[in-house]
Ligand binder design. Sequence first.
Ligand SMILES: [Zn+2]
Length: 127
Amino acid sequence: MRAVRQKDTAPEVIVRRLLFRLGLRFRLHVKRLPGSPDIVLRRHSTAIFVHGCYWHRHPGCKHATTPKTNRDYWLPKFKANVERDARQAEALRALGWRVLIVWECETRDPVTLEVRLRQEFDLLPDP
Ligand SMILES: [Zn+2]
């Protein structure tokens, strides 16, 4: 849902700080690429989207609730969001990019998120 797509959200900033601390360098909001990824690590051919669990429907997440009313309105909107995300990821992969999704709820547990990001980028854990 374009209208709610914001730049520089708190979860995004958490991910950026973490990547920076891990020594990774990146560009932000690269409009030339499909979906205008939030964070692009060219050296690693990796595009990262920091997704809100609600709008992007994090599977199995307690934050991906569905409104009890106006379902006819919301369900197609959610479906369109998920389909758009999938299309954009596919387009990026077709261009040779690896696509990572970081969910907003993951940014609430920075220790676990750091472990994940170290694994994604083959970085050794802190001694
Ligand atoms: Zn979530």
